[in-house]
Design a protein. Structure first.
Ligand code: PMV
Length: 347
């Protein structure tokens, strides 16, 4: 910290991977459809926020010790939207320092881990200033959502749901909740190997993609599909049906990219090697009878998903058959994680 803050808070928060995808928003970053995700274990952001009392507010942001103007703009918009809920923003200079555990330029979205870590630090500091010590995680999820929709799901570990469904009374558009079902053992330690097809930054941002859903010709069909898939997925997660899970994971990933390719203007984030890997995964599953499936985020990389017990068989095949399709042979190995953690300074 360059200034001497009166109070600091440090949190480490994970990225998450959606199986039912959030795509399209309304009002202040509320989703047009529900989404279901799990938090990762290795892909995390660690953020320290320091408060320096100062009447005219202001903030600074550094990622790996360097300023990043693109993110400063996002943080400014975030602060303007949450000012009324967090008075500390008004009368303090806020110093933010972040680091990511996952390497730069791998095409891995960091907004979920970054915005959830920031929301956790800010909510924690507001509590400290108020002389309280009972962080309301639902409120933190709601704050994180305003920073980046998918960040609302990163404040919890394991499986989570965001978006209102009449059938699920605890669900909300304003914040995420832990998935409201018991998760079967096969889905408790799911592995996610991220096959890096391209590390180039996306030609179209997620924000722009969400916006294109406003007038999308398939909008209503998409909303119904996501609702159906959410209920089905929860059933499969609790009964342990991997085949049902795989059908939804793949259909959601391909539908997301189908929506992009049928937007006006249209855009395509898939690369030839993305499709080659998908073919390989299907072939391996059919021939070996090993439960593997995949999903994709808004990018060309493939997330290969499988239960922990198949780690050895999958790793060997991955090395021989999938690595050649990855940029510089790059694969990031991750799995379901336990959620954010407060870091207590020992200095
Ligand atoms: O949170 P955003 O605005 O970056 O949107 C994330 C959208 C997807 O990653 C494609 C899907 C999801 O639910 O995370």
């Amino acid at each position: 910290m360059t200034n001497k803050p009166s109070l600091t808070s440090t949190w480490q928060s994970p990225s998450n991977l959606a199986i039912v995808k959030y795509w399209g928003k309304k009002a202040l970053q509320e989703p047009v459809n529900p989404s279901v995700s799990f938090s990762l274990s290795e892909a995390k952001t660690t953020t320290t926020v320091g408060l320096v009392p100062r009447q005219d507010g202001g903030f600074s942001f550094r990622l790996d010790e360097l300023p990043v103007p693109k993110f400063e703009k996002k943080i400014e918009t975030f602060f303007n939207a949450i000012r009324a809920r967090l008075p500390i923003i008004e009368n303090h200079f806020i110093e933010i320092e972040s680091t990511n555990t996952f390497p730069h330029s791998t095409g891995i979205a960091s907004s979920a881990s970054a915005m959830s870590a920031l929301a956790l630090c800010l909510a924690d500091l507001q509590q400290q200033v108020n002389g309280k010590n009972d962080l309301d995680i639902t409120e933190v999820s709601s704050l994180a959502r305003i920073g980046s929709g998918s960040a609302s799901r990163s404040v919890y570990g394991n499986w989570n749901l965001w978006g209102r469904m009449a059938e699920l009374p605890e669900s909300s558009d304003f914040h995420a909740i832990p998935a409201p079902v018991d998760i079967a053992p096969v889905f408790r330690d799911l592995h996610d190997d991220i096959l890096i097809v391209s590390s180039q930054s996306k030609p179209v941002s997620s924000s722009h993609g969400h916006k294109l859903m406003d007038l999308h010709p398939y909008r209503e069909g998409r909303i119904s599909q996501a609702r159906r898939n959410t209920l089905e997925l929860l059933k499969h997660l609790s009964s342990g049906n991997f085949e049902g899970f795989a059908k939804i994971a793949e259909s959601e990933a391909l539908s997301l990219h189908g929506l992009m390719m049928s937007s006006t203007p249209a855009f395509t984030l898939l690369r030839p090697n993305t499709l080659a890997i998908i073919e390989k995964i299907r072939e391996f599953r059919d021939n070996k009878d090993i439960p593997v499936t995949f999903t994709m985020d808004a990018g060309p990389n493939i997330h290969l998903l499988y239960p922990k017990e198949f780690l050895n068989e999958v790793s060997e095949w991955e090395e021989n058959s999938l690595k050649p399709f990855c940029e510089d042979g790059r694969i990031l190995r991750d799995h379901i994680g336990k959620g954010p953690e407060k870091i207590i300074s020992t200095k």
